[in-house]
Design a protein around this ligand. Structure first.
Ligand code: HEM
Length: 324
């Protein structure tokens, strides 16, 4: 509900650290971001692009040590060179998101800095999140051989042994989808989502939320609350085929928001879910995934990052090829 309230009240977002101990710098960068985005409100570019481009710059300013700022500066120089080689495609051709961004630059709605920040933002939002989710899914499968077996059986039965899973196949593999959903539930990659900000005052569950509050949604708790889920601490993909079969990852149920919900939810869900299904599917189809020799189970102690929940210790697992 928090998420929807903030979205319907304007859907702005402060890309700042959710950590209260850093509130000084985050408040400063949130204020800077509001200022930055308010200077561009006359443009017709979508608000999500305006604010993420401007705020990522202010957020990074407040937390980047000198050594990495040198790296960023040089990678930005490289980015500028690459950018110079690209042109927005002809308007009659099929367009992708990048064309829209270049088109906005051409019209003067955003500048080159904005383009680079948007691309960098998308890269971070897309690559790390997917990587963490994949690591969790593999770790849970290593620790649950019976789930692996059941998944392998589903793919062998539906696709035929040896037929490599492709994206259209994933729609015929409900257990594969359930495995991915369960990994995203139990080990939510972005447990507090990304901080939201309500532009207007709102009321939520009888509580007043002043305008421009930083709103954190504890999506991990919503998805792991024993009052809301049956045995939530267990990795049990079957729940998404049984009592929770109507729950989707796209935000149709506020107990399960691995990608957020509403206007500022993750646009990458259309890429991330098939990608996770295909990768996990391929691995399980072709290999038996086992813990390192001499180790019964993988250590799945969690580590929290700035926004993330990832695995503390990386392990080298054994992937034993299957004989078809
Ligand atoms: C398993 C993979 C992924 C997970 C778990 C994930 C999760 C999230 C979450 C929780 C948010 C914030 C939603 C909110 O606060 O309401 C978000 C935002 C975002 N994600 Fe993802 N994401 C994933 C993959 C991707 C991919 C593949 C892309 C791009 C290709 C992407 C692009 C973005 C962008 C651009 C935003 C910001 C949207 C905005 O501010 O309006 N994500 N993601």
């Amino acid at each position: 509900t928090t998420c929807t309230a903030s979205c319907s009240a304007g859907g702005s977002r402060a890309w700042t650290t959710p950590c209260s101990s850093a509130s000084g710098s985050s408040t400063a960068s949130a204020a800077a971001s509001r200022r930055a985005s308010s200077t561009t409100t006359a443009t017709s570019f979508p608000s999500c692009v305006r604010s993420s481009a401007a705020t990522s710059r202010s957020a990074r300013r407040s937390r980047t040590p000198a050594s990495s700022s040198t790296r960023i500066a040089s990678s930005r120089r490289g980015g500028r060179k690459m950018l110079a080689r690209f042109k927005a495609t002809d308007s009659h051709e099929l367009k992708c998101g990048m064309d829209e961004i270049l088109e906005a630059q051409r019209k003067g709605e955003i500048n080159e800095d904005h383009v680079l920040f948007i691309v960098e933002n998308i890269n971070v939002a897309a690559i790390e999140t997917t990587l963490w989710a994949m690591e969790w899914a593999v770790a849970e499968l290593v620790n649950h051989p019976e789930t692996q077996q059941k998944l392998r059986r589903e793919m062998d039965t539906v696709l035929g042994a040896g037929h490599q899973v492709t994206e259209p196949d994933t729609h015929r593999l409900p257990y594969l989808q359930a495995v991915v959903k369960e990994a995203l539930r139990l080990r939510m990659a972005i447990p507090l989502l990304v901080p939201h900000m309500n532009l207007r005052a709102a009321e939520l569950g009888g509580h007043g939320v002043p305008a421009e509050s930083k709103v954190l949604v504890n999506a991990w708790h919503l998805a792991n609350d024993p009052g809301l889920w049956e045995r939530p601490g267990e990795f049990r993909p079957e729940r998404f085929l049984e009592e929770e079969r109507h729950v989707e990852a796209g935000g149709n149920d506020f107990r399960y928001l691995p990608f957020g919900a509403g206007r500022r939810s993750c646009p990458g869900i259309v890429l991330a879910l098939p990608f996770l299904c295909i990768t996990v599917g391929h691995l399980v189809q072709n290999f038996e995934l086992l813990p390192p020799p001499g180790q019964g189970m993988l250590d799945t102690t969690e580590k929290g990052g700035q926004f993330s929940l990832h695995i503390l210790k990386h392990s080298t697992i054994v992937a034993k090829p299957r004989v078809f």
